[in-house]
Write a protein that binds this ligand. Structure first.
Ligand code: HEC
Ligand code: HEC
Length: 484
């Protein structure tokens, strides 16, 4: 080989290696996720591994609400979608930020498991980690991203111009954003839009609800797209150590907390590779090196629901305790014979859509999904009914039932034919007179989404327990329910 050829060859190797190194650093190198000292902040802002594949590039995510305010329901950025901010934290609750090549934004458990409430319209919202996110518009968030990516204004010029108002990207980063990241993000979001097109033919989720398992069925488990509607109300995830032995999820499709935690992360977009790595640290005890999901499981096992924030008439509540004992305790009391167990649909009589969504084939596919992995699932199943859920923190679980079809406890104790036909979900000001959120009036309409009980999956039928009690007994029972 001549010297000239050798020099050329070496140069070529250097270029290829440099290119590979550049590609690795710019696109794939994973920095450690930011560490949060408190378990609560870890729950609210920590990573569950959703950034690498499902993450939105941070700088793009940051400027989208400014470039496309017209695709949001009202001004206020992501807060307009019911995603609250916490003082001193950069990201809104439910979003994590991790660098995989470039900083990316993923979602975490708090997106759907953190409630806010106000005792008066002019109060600052109280954030309740592990409460149900009744105020969050998860489908609206997805549709906002879809609308942005479909918009002809989604160009490198516009986006980079807006990013420049926040930061000075290096020349190399600007080039990478212009020619790779911006166009690739647009393509990826449009692909997601097409993948999720099945949503559009079905009842909207609205605030505080998602269809949690159809995306898992169709995308992860590769089941054929069917016509089912799995819309369900967000559940709280507090006090779970006390729910040991109970069935989890509205239809009791799994009774093992570890499997529910891991499958939730996978369902939200964590990669298998990330879950493998995280699970390898499951038994570590130092919070800095322990599994992220284990830390979350510990947190939700222990964290307690907040007390009812208005005065309670204790004498009346004591009378109500007796009513509860005879009418409700067998299914809902701690230690009740049926508490945390599945009640057959024929008996409970509530809307059946959510139940029909999860089939024996889906359960079998989820149990087979992790074959060969240390965390492989084995407890997925079908339930045949809905779980008699524990009622801890009940006041903040409104609207009620698995499809969130009944706005307040007062309404739930009315015969199902007399429950509201339509109302608004998502407004977080509490109504102590009916015990639930305010669901009518201009403020509820401005901040929430309409709920129409005649839409498939939205029926408030069934669960007629307590509806024939005297009005005095109902008043006492509701007073007691505030203490749970
Ligand atoms: C996009 C919204 C969303 C995200 C994100 C999410 N969940 Fe959930 N979660 C739900 C909904 C909705 C339900 C009720 C679903 C059903 O059964 O229909 C639920 C149910 C649960 C339950 C069962 C509670 C009970 O008492 O039965 C647990 C436990 C849980 N989630 C844990 C988690 C964990 C841990 C994470 C993060 C790794 C997570 N979830 C992320 C929406 C979400
Ligand atoms: C036979 C068992 C059974 C009895 C008795 C019963 N419930 Fe229930 N309850 C259930 C089941 C099952 C669900 C879930 C049904 C669904 O969401 O479709 C439920 C759900 C609820 C919910 C909604 C919880 C939430 O987070 O949305 C409330 C509130 C409730 N019950 C209160 C009561 C009260 C009060 C009584 C007594 C007057 C009572 N229940 C009697 C089985 C029972």
């Amino acid at each position: 080989m001549t010297t000239r050829r050798l020099v050329l060859l070496i140069a070529l190797i250097v270029v290829i290696a440099g290119g590979a190194w550049f590609t690795y650093v710019e696109f794939f190198r994973e920095a450690p996720a930011p560490y949060f000292a408190s378990d609560e902040d870890h729950f609210l802002f920590g990573s569950i591994g959703t950034e690498a594949e499902q993450g939105v590039p941070y700088w793009i995510w940051l400027v989208l609400p400014r470039v496309f305010p017209d695709h949001l329901p009202r001004p206020g950025g992501y807060a307009a979608l019911g995603m609250p901010g916490k003082d001193g934290q950069e990201m809104p609750v439910g979003f994590s930020k991790v660098t995989v090549g470039f900083p990316r934004v993923g979602i975490n458990c708090a997106m759907c498991h953190t409630a806010t409430f106000r005792t008066r319209p002019d109060a600052v919202p109280t954030i309740v980690p592990a409460g149900p996110s009744h105020q969050t518009g998860e489908q609206e968030y997805l549709r906002f991203l879809f609308a942005c990516a479909s918009d002809p204004r989604f160009t490198a010029d516009t986006i980079l111009g807006e990013i420049a108002k926040n930061t000075r990207l290096s020349l190399v980063d600007r080039l990478v954003y212009r020619f790779v990241i911006v166009p690739q993000t647009r393509r990826a979001i449009l692909q997601l839009r097409d993948r999720d097109a099945w949503m559009d033919a079905r009842t909207d989720w609205g605030r505080g609800r998602i269809d949690p398992f159809n995306p898992v069925k169709f995308s992860i488990l590769k089941q054929p797209v069917d016509q089912t509607i799995g819309n369900s109300d967000m559940e709280p995830v507090w006090n779970l150590a006390r729910h040991t032995g109970y069935a989890f999820h509205w239809d009791g499709l799994n009774d093992t907390l570890q499997e529910v935690v891991l499958s939730s992360a996978l369902g939200d977009g964590a990669t298998m590779k990330w879950v493998d790595r995280d699970f390898a640290k499951w038994n570590a005890t130092d919070p800095r090196s322990m599994s992220s999901l284990r830390r979350i499981q510990n947190f939700i096992s222990q964290v307690q629901p907040p007390a009812y924030p208005f005065p309670i008439d204790q004498t009346l509540a004591a009378q109500g305790a007796a009513v509860f004992q005879s009418e409700c305790a067998p299914c809902h009391g701690p230690g009740g014979a049926r508490t945390g167990k599945v009640i057959p649909l024929a008996e409970i009589g509530t809307d059946r859509h959510r139940l029909d969504m999860w089939t024996p084939a889906s359960a079998a596919a989820y149990n087979a999904y992790g074959a060969g992995h240390a965390w492989q699932f084995s407890h997925f199943r079908t339930g045949g009914g809905y779980v008699a859920v524990p009622l801890d923190g009940l006041w903040l679980r409104a609207p009620y039932l698995h499809n969130g079809s009944v706005p307040t406890l007062t309404d739930l104790l009315e015969a199902s034919s007399a429950r509201p036909r339509s109302f608004w979900r998502g407004y977080d000001v509490y109504d102590p007179s009916r015990v639930g959120f305010i669901t009518t009036g201009p403020d509820a309409e401005r901040e929430g989404t309409a709920y129409d009980t005649t839409q498939p999956g939205n029926s408030p039928q069934g669960h007629e327990y307590g509806t024939t009690l005297s009005s005095d007994a109902k008043r006492a029972l509701i007073e007691y329910l505030k203490t749970l």
